[in-house]
Design a protein around this ligand. Structure first.
Ligand code: 5GP
Ligand code: MN
Length: 339
């Protein structure tokens, strides 16, 4: 993002606009935190701004200020289509390709609005007029803070904005542990706490919301955990029948993949989760060090993400997906061994 871009965006935002803010499908803490944080910022001016999420998100995000105003595209498509078409500006947050918003992309492409991307995923597509893309950033929430700073407007950051941005930074950095966490991240987090983010309460709201069934499902996932020491790899599988037997709800498997990665000596972890509704196996991949799960997922499982965290999918059944995964590992033997 150049100073010229910032000047232009400042000019655009200097008069009331109709603005749509969009997070990716199956939004996570960073997607909801960044869109809500930015919404609360825009709301301080005379804009008409709305967040349209492609679909619903887990209950552990449903306490966030302003959350109930988020429209879900799959629940009220006609209304959402109208708003996307008539928008002056569309901000797309926390994703790098319109394929990440599912069938909503058709309307977004039809809309003559000016698109602005704020995102930290690798290899962004070229659909936005203005792009603030930085893969070194811990989170899109950290970037929204920087963006408001670039607009020279940090004094507008109130406790709602601070709360939302804190939440996304916390969730995308695994509570400030991942290597994407920098001193700048901590500086911003410190400012957000000063501005009213109640850090202890946010951790409680997001982390301490386990249902009994979710813990039982975690037990099942851990008993399904397999390790392949030769490739420093671990994986977990959960079939739809297993999910059903623990009364699975959206978000229940969040973080499970990290248990594989917490094993001593393991640097590559995967979780395979069957979705009967989408007729796919949804895959989450995590790594430590230089082994790029973004590249692995792009090459083999129609996905992507970051070096150390990526997602993807498979159209094979569970057995076929796991067989495929295992059969690919020898190609990466050198990279996995080198770590
Ligand atoms: P998760 O495994 O938590 O769903 O996602 C890990 C990271 O990869 C997130 O940053 C997420 O946005 C990204 N990601 C997840 N699924 C996909 C996918 O299917 N395609 C791409 N390009 N990125 C994904
Ligand atoms: Mn993110």
């Amino acid at each position: 993002m150049t100073t010229e871009d910032i000047k232009n965006i400042k000019k655009l935002l200097s008069s009331p606009k109709q603005i749509v803010i969009i997070p990716h499908k199956n939004p996570d803490g960073d997607a909801i935190g960044s869109t809500l944080g930015f919404l609360h910022y825009l709301k301080q001016y005379d804009h008409e701004a709305v967040i349209i999420a492609p679909n619903d998100y887990p209950d552990f995000l449903k306490w966030m200020p302003g959350e109930s105003s988020i429209l879900k595209y799959d629940q009220q498509q006609d209304d959402c289509d109208r708003q996307i078409i008539s928008a002056d500006l569309i901000f797309t947050l926390d994703f790098n390709s319109l394929s990440r918003i599912g069938n909503m992309q058709t309307t977004v492409l039809k809309s003559s609005s000016i698109k602005i991307m704020i995102d930290h995923h690798q290899q962004p597509d070229d659909y936005a007029r203005y792009m603030y893309s930085d893969v070194t950033m811990s989170s899109t929430c950290e970037m929204v803070y920087n963006f408001i700073d670039m607009l020279a407007d940090t004094e507008k950051i109130n406790s709602d904005i601070a709360t939302c941005l804190y939440t996304g930074i916390m969730t995308d950095t695994g509570s400030f542990r991942f290597s994407s966490t920098t001193s700048a991240t901590h500086e911003i987090v410190s400012i957000l706490i000063e501005k009213g983010a109640d850090n202890a309460n946010i951790h409680n709201q997001v982390m301490d919301t386990n249902s009994y069934e979710r813990l039982q499902l975690l037990g099942k996932a851990l008993s399904n955990l397999k390790v392949i020491p030769e490739y420093k790899t671990a994986y977990i599988s959960l079939t739809q029948a297993e999910l059903n037997s623990f009364n699975f709800k959206k978000g229940d498997t969040e973080g499970f993949v990290n248990y594989g990665l917490s094993l001593k000596g393991v640097i590559f972890a995967a979780i395979f989760i069957e979705s009967q509704q989408d007729n796919i196996i949804k895959i989450s991949l995590r790594s430590k060090g230089d082994f790029s799960v973004n590249e692995f997922s792009r090459s083999h499982f129609e996905g992507g993400g970051h070096t150390n965290a990526a997602g993807g999918k498979s159209d094979l059944n569970m057995e076929g997906t796991i067989d495929k995964f295992i059969s690919i590992l020898p190609q990466y033997k050198k990279d996995l061994k080198a770590q």
